[in-house]
Design a protein around this ligand. Structure first.
Ligand code: EPU
Length: 301
């Protein structure tokens, strides 16, 4: 979708930068996604005005974070992409509290805090993406989930049109799910982290990195796990048991390393990936009577 010049002028006045005709395939870890204009929101405080402008001009939009857990439609997209570009360092530490911009890299944040003897996030080290994306999904790995450490979140609430601050206790964090509204935009988070010597944290990080390297296809284009684990079960194990590793639809393929990772093995399209997702979901339903729910977020037009 293209933004008209008048709206583009006003966006510029609000401190936003417009990038015309961006291929979102270059913004996602799957390497899949169509083309649209992208707006970089460099000033958090003008977000309410930017959102009002988009609403007035009837410009559909979606917020793209690190692009590591999203499957985006092919072709010319009927909405513009909004993005919070990272500012460095984007993290401030006070005692055992880390105040982190949502646009900060999750792994970078874990190591930044580790160097200041703040731990508890070791399991998240290899999870790609931004802190905001991790927060919205309550990202987790190896027994750690980000929600357990949240003290406070600053966000833009579409329902009020304002920037608000929520206390950690007022937010629900469940398995890969939170009580944030779908159109809430994460801006900043305060995390309360346990003090630990750097060397000890580093050891935990090494162990998690090793486990991840031995079980996940880290050097291929993927969005991590495609399905959530069903209660008490493992989507990866079920797909593996059905002999579906290596199964393909076009250039979308079930990883032969971890069956819940679907990889872009060439120039896969969104349609290829969706066909593969449905085929695997059907096989699991047929064999186990289990309906797998997407973990990856799908943005179809
Ligand atoms: N397994 C297989 N075959 C496979 C994959 C897994 O038999 O192809 C078996 C494993 O041997 C193990 C069990 O299934 O006994 C669980 O596998 P794993 O330890 O790899 O964990 P997972 O449940 O598949 C979850 C998260 C990952 C996270 C890891 C580590 C979900 C959907 N996935 O995977 O998160 O990295 O635990 O904590 O919750 C993600 O969310 O994108 C993601 C990758």
């Amino acid at each position: 979708m293209k933004i008209e010049s008048k709206a583009a002028e006003r966006l510029k006045e609000l401190g936003a930068e417009l990038l015309p005709g961006v291929s979102l395939a270059e913004r996602t870890s799957l390497g899949i996604g169509g083309t649209t204009d992208e707006i970089l929101l460099r000033r958090y405080e003008t977000i309410p005005q930017v959102m009002r402008l988009l609403a007035d001009q009837r410009i559909p939009h979606r917020f793209l974070g690190g692009g590591t857990n999203v499957l985006i439609a092919d072709g010319e997209l009927p909405w513009v992409a909004l993005h919070l570009p990272p500012a460095r360092p984007g993290i401030a530490i006070e005692g055992d509290i880390a105040s982190v911009d949502a646009s900060a890299d999750l792994g970078g944040m874990v190591t930044f805090c580790a160097k200041r003897d703040l731990g508890g996030m070791e399991g998240l080290i290899g999870v790609p993406g931004t802190v905001g994306g991790a927060l919205r999904m309550n990202a987790g790995a190896y027994g750690t989930q980000i929600g357990s450490h949240v003290r406070e979140v600053e966000l833009y609430r579409a329902s009020s049109g304002e920037i608000e601050i929520l206390r950690g206790d007022d937010i629900r964090f469940d398995y890969r799910h939170t009580s944030f509204a779908p159109d809430d935009v994460m801006l900043r988070v305060k995390l309360e982290l346990p003090s630990k010597p750097y060397r000890e944290i580093l050891e935990g990080i090494r162990i998690c990195n090793g486990k991840r390297r031995s079980s996940q296809p880290l050097n291929q284009k993927s969005a991590g796990c495609i399905f959530k684990n069903p209660p008490g079960g493992s989507a990866g194990r079920m797909i593996d048991e059905l002999g579906l590793k290596g199964a393909r639809e076009g250039n979308a393929m079930v990883s032969d390393r971890h069956a819940n990772f679907f990889v872009n093995a060439g120039r896969a399209s969104c349609a290829d990936m969706l066909r593969l997702i449905e085929r695997v979901r059907e096989s699991v339903r047929g064999a186990y009577g289990v309906e797998l729910e997407n973990e990856v977020i799908v943005w179809q037009n």
